[in-house]
Design a protein around this ligand. Structure first.
Ligand code: FAD
Length: 392
């Protein structure tokens, strides 16, 4: 078994293969030189210097997993069952693609000093002194990473301006009425959020917007999204989707025999939601590998069709989301969105399909089970935050 990518999905694939009884050789190839680590702490404790690192608590030696770090895989030749690396070919019987995602750079700023991305441990380590030196920072993009970075930068006492091209934070992810209360969190934290703001160019010490505004910037942090790290698969015959995502099937197999894909690099068809999902969240990189291992080792195939889940820690709040609301026909509020704790529920034909909980982890836990069960709900009862979430 060879796994490409030593992030959460790759490491969990190796762990799941062993947990499910596989005794043969497992090799994990990872491009980064560091001991495999968890990414969520990078925009939280690691960035703030509250944690030195976030290495996974996995003993690869005891597990009997060969870890080859600093090993960038350049290509795959499925007919030969071989990978190409800088140090020569690596054969495989079964291959798992777990190369994750890469942050999207702001065009024209690649390699410009003072312009940062936040995806890797190296990125977080480069950003730590920016926070301790209390630079004026311009954050480009008010998405999940932008919000978490802004939180850490404000906690460190930096002046932060966030520029967002859309009319609100999280525009691609949440509807306007849900994003509206979240937009206010920026100002509450002392950061300035500028919407409808397009970056024209970055100059030494400044960001210039399309309307001519110059914003002083001791550092610029770009958080405008990530795309699957799959360029190395070009020409391999492994089918990719429009976003560069490996097109996995319901069993997380690619279109090529003996090749599976999991985590941020792969999309899969969801029968539950009736569409293909590309999920860039931690829980998907934890759950998917169990299905991959089961399908590699088992005699019958298991379908991967989770209720997606993620969390974000921003502006002193714990934000959690479960489900997928694209096809919802109704939105129900539980609690006051101006307050510290509230929940939004999305229904489709009276069934709960998704939920966003701010400071209400119990709603999340109960709601997640109800989404999984797919039962009908009493919308009036749902709207009462004093009542537990339960089906009609
Ligand atoms: P990755 O973690 O990207 O790992 C892929 C690995 O493959 C990388 O180490 C990469 O170097 C390696 N690789 C790529 N190409 C090659 C190649 N050709 N050869 C060899 N190796 C290669 N999710 C949440 O739900 N909640 C959060 O609060 C949260 N916070 C986050 C904070 C940050 C700063 C980031 C960046 C992400 C956060 N996420 C969060 C998302 C979550 O971390 C990811 O969904 C998860 O890391 C995906 O795991 P993965 O293994 O699929 O990909």
């Amino acid at each position: 078994m060879v796994v490409v990518g030593a992030g959460m999905a790759g490491v969990q694939t190796a762990v799941a293969l062993r947990e499910q009884g596989f005794r043969g050789a497992i090799t994990v190839l990872g491009a980064e030189p560091h001991q495999p680590y968890d990414r969520p702490p990078l925009s939280k404790a690691v960035l703030l210097g509250k944690a030195e690192g976030s290495a996974f608590d996995v003993d690869f030696e005891t597990l009997g997993v060969e870890l080859r770090l600093g090993c960038q895989v350049r290509g795959v030749r499925p007919a030969a069952h071989e990978l190409d690396t800088e140090t020569g070919p690596v054969p495989y019987d079964v291959l798992v693609l777990a190369t994750g995602a890469e942050p999207i750079a702001l065009p024209g700023t690649e390699g410009v000093p003072g312009v940062h991305l936040l995806r890797t441990l190296d990125d977080a380590e480069r950003l730590r002194p920016v926070l301790t030196q209390q630079h004026d920072i311009v954050v480009v993009g008010a998405g999940w990473i932008g919000a978490e970075f802004t939180t850490a930068a404000r906690e460190s006492g930096c002046a932060v301006t966030v520029v967002e091209a859309a009319d609100r934070p999280l525009a691609g992810v949440l509807p306007a009425e849900v994003a509206a209360p979240m937009a206010l969190w920026y100002a509450d934290s002392g950061a300035e959020l500028r919407t409808h703001a397009r970056v024209e160019r970055v100059e030494p010490g400044a960001v210039v917007l399309a309307d001519g505004t110059r914003l002083a910037a001791g550092a610029v942090v770009v958080g405008i999204g990530a795309r699957p790290a799959t360029a190395w698969l070009a020409g391999s015959g492994i089918a990719l989707g429009p976003q560069g995502d490996v097109l996995a099937d319901a069993h997380l197999r690619t279109c090529v025999a003996d090749v599976y894909a999991v985590g941020d690099c792969a999309s899969f068809p969801s029968a539950r939601y009736g569409e293909r999902l590309l999920v860039h969240h931690w829980d998907n990189a934890l759950q998917g590998p169990r299905t991959v291992a089961a399908n590699i080792l088992g005699e019958t195939l298991a379908a991967y069709d989770p209720v997606p889940y993620f969390w974000s820690e921003q502006f002193g709040r714990f934000v959690q989301y479960a489900g997928h609301h694209a096809a919802a026909d109704r939105l129900v509020w539980r609690g006051d969105p101006a307050g510290p704790a509230w929940t939004v529920c999305w229904l489709r034909e009276d069934r709960l399909v998704a939920l966003l909980a701010v400071g209400r982890p119990r709603d999340l836990a109960q709601g997640r089970r109800l989404i999984e069960a797919g039962r009908t709900m009493d919308a009036a009862a749902l709207a009462d935050p004093a009542r537990p979430l339960k089906n009609a």
